[in-house]
Structures are given as structure tokens and as C-alpha cells.
Ligand binder design. Structure first.
Ligand SMILES: [Zn+2]
Length: 354
């Protein structure tokens, strides 16, 4: 993603605003999602439909467990790392896509896999594999959960210039968000939520122009998979009440500030998520202060599909850095991933969903 607004928006919101106006909005959103909606047996597919496992849903309905498992989420990071960098156009891309599709199906989602070809900043034609796993496909009230699953093709932020043409391992910048969403899928498979949930694993987010690229550096070269989906969503005329994007949600010392575009397009959703985190005691992780503005998948969803969508993304406001320190380096590796952070992010999302 592009980091395009520095610290100028830091701390621009007042506590007064948050405790009055926002509180009312949060309550109305929460009330809305307590409405029980009938689950549907409508399944669909972009390249073949899969049907939820009714047997497993029935089996566990009686003693459903809502505990988001940080351990399981961590194992989902491990599994992705075993493929190697999931760079578009590589064998790892296809293998990981197959595995993710199967995981979603195994956990009862109706899965759509949409493959296309996108054009990168340098004219390279890239295979793009977007995967959407849906729960309660016919429910009108829907929440869109997103994470990019691709690994950046070049580690252009690496401190060692000789490594800047290598791909990013992408333990945090890619695998962490997917891991949280796959663990949520596992939970959804055990207990159908009352609302519809669409888990969108988007490809080719991180193929934007490298730092040393002298040609066009337009932001349109980021989030290529999401732009494909915005132009041709997995369901014609797709709508969701709101969306939540996860990006770099696994580092031990992560901090999530209220990202600027999230507040601009979807401040009610930011309020809901940050308030939920505070209730769980995670206010050191989800810091209720304005942060930077970042061009990421959510900016395209907001602009192109008018779905109010926020970005939970690890940005740093101390130490002079911008993102997680190993962002776009060859050091974005498994040892940076914390079960605790994955678990907290997962718990927040579970509490927003249920
Ligand atoms: Zn990235």
C-alpha cells in the first residue's frame, strides 16, 4: 500500500465527539446486527460452487464455541509461509490459492474463485486470483471482511540494497490478515452468524511500483485484485453494510491507529471496532487516535463500490517509522508474528460479527 499522508492528522479528534455523537451511532449499528436473519441454502460460484457442510454445521450447533484460537491463526500463517512468497505469476500463488479455497470450503463457506489478468505498473501481465468465501449468501445484511494474500514481488524497503529485488516473505504483510480471516471462517463454520459474512482474500494488492521506478507511480497500480473485484464483484450489484480490511495485523508490537480514509468514509465503523477493542481491554493495541492516511484495498472499495470500509493496519507514530518496521523487507518473516496480536484482532472481529 501507499503511505500518502504523514502525521498531520495525528490526534485531530476530540474525546467529546467520540463520547456523544459516535456513541449513538455505535448503538444503532450494534442493534442492527442483533437482528436474526434466516440462514440460506443459496450457493453460487464463479468457477464452480461449493456448498457448506450441513452435517458439520448441525453437529456443532449445540455446543458452539466462539473462542477465536490465536494458535490456529498462527498455524495459518505458518502454512502460508511454507508456500514461499505468494507472488503473482509463481507456482506458490496457485498452490496457496488452491489451499485457501479448500480451507474456506472445509469451513462451510460458499466459495467463489475469480481469476483474471491484470496489468502491473511496468506492463507485466499478472494472473490475479480473488477468492471470496460467503456465509449466509442470501442475507441482506452483510459484513465484508478483507485481506490481501499476495506477497510483494520486491523488498524495495530493505536496508540492504542487494536484497531489494528479492520478494518479500510477507509473514505480516499478507499472511497475518489472511490467517485471522481463515480462523474466523473456521469459527463461522461452527456457528452460522446472524448476518451474512463475505471473506474476500484479494490478490495483487502489493505489486505497486518500487521505490526506484522512474515511470508512472500512480496509486492505481496498487490493490489490483480489489479493483478487479470492484469492477466485477463476485455477486452482481454486491452490497454490504460495511467492510473491514486487515493489513499487517500480526506483529508483537503492533499499533492500530484510526486510519485517515477509514475515518473519512466510515467513521461509524471505526468507532464500532475501536470501541469493541476498548471493551475487551485492547486499547493499547487499538489506539483511539487519528493516524495516517493509506491507499490500500479499502480506499478502492469506498470509492468504487460505496461500501463504508475501514483499514486495520499497523502504523507507528513513534520512532520515526511509518509502518511495521519490517514492511517491504526480506525480514518480514514468521518470527515477527505474535499469537497474542493475531488473537486480539480476531477477538475484536468476532465480537463485531456476533
Ligand atoms: Zn505491502
Amino acid at each position: 500500500m501507499l503511505f500518502n499522508i504523514k502525521k498531520s492528522f495525528f490526534c485531530s479528534r476530540t474525546p467529546c465527539f467520540f463520547t456523544t455523537f459516535a456513541a449513538v451511532k455505535i448503538e444503532s449499528i450494534m442493534a442492527k446486527y442483533l437482528i436474526l436473519l434466516a440462514a440460506s441454502a443459496l450457493f453460487f460460484g464463479c468457477s464452480g460452487a461449493s456448498s457448506p457442510s450441513q452435517e458439520s454445521n448441525a453437529q456443532v450447533a449445540e455446543n458452539a464455541i466462539f473462542d477465536f484460537s490465536a494458535d490456529s491463526a498462527y498455524q495459518y500463517v505458518v502454512r502460508q509461509m511454507e508456500f514461499g512468497p505468494r507472488v503473482p505469476g509463481t507456482d506458490a500463488q496457485r498452490a496457496c490459492a488452491d489451499w485457501m479455497s479448500n480451507e474456506l470450503k472445509r469451513h462451510g463457506a460458499a466459495v467463489k474463485r475469480c481469476e483474471s489478468t491484470v496489468t502491473a505498473y511496468d506492463g507485466t501481465r499478472l494472473p490475479c486470483i480473488n477468492i471470496v468465501g460467503s456465509y449466509n449468501p442470501s442475507a441482506e445484511r452483510r459484513i465484508l471482511l478483507m485481506a490481501h494474500w499476495d506477497s510483494r514481488h520486491v523488498a524495495d524497503n530493505d536496508p540492504d540494497p542487494s536484497k531489494r529485488k528479492q520478494p518479500v516473505p510477507a509473514a505480516n504483510d499478507g499472511a497475518s490478515g489472511v490467517a485471522v480471516l481463515l480462523e474466523i471462517a473456521r469459527q463461522l463454520g461452527q456457528k452460522q452468524p446472524s448476518v451474512g459474512i463475505d471473506i474476500f482474500l484479494t490478490d495483487a494488492e502489493d505489486y505497486g511500483a518500487p521505490d526506484d521506478w522512474e515511470g508512472d507511480r500512480n496509486e492505481k497500480f496498487w490493490a489490483l485484485g480489489t479493483q478487479e473485484w470492484c469492477n466485477a464483484p463476485h455477486v452482481e450489484g454486491y452490497k454490504a453494510d460495511f467492510g473491514i480490511l486487515l493489513d499487517m495485523v500480526g506483529a508483537a508490537d503492533a499499533t492500530f491507529y484510526r486510519e485517515y480514509y477509514s475515518d473519512r468514509y466510515a467513521s461509524d465503523v471505526v468507532n464500532l471496532v475501536w470501541r469493541t477493542a476498548a471493551k475487551l481491554g485492547y486499547d493499547k493495541l487499538f489506539i483511539d487516535r487519528s493516524g495516517a492516511g493509506i491507499t490500500d484495498d479499502h480506499t478502492f472499495v469506498n470509492r468504487m463500490r460505496n461500501i463504508p470500509t475501514i483499514d486495520i493496519i499497523d502504523t507507528r507514530m513513534t520512532g520515526g517509522g511509518t509502518f511495521y518496521p519490517h514492511w517491504h523487507t526480506t525480514d518480514d518473516t514468521l518470527d515477527k508474528i505474535s499469537r497474542e496480536t493475531l488473537g486480539k484482532v480476531g477477538n475484536v472481529l468476532m465480537n463485531v460479527i456476533y
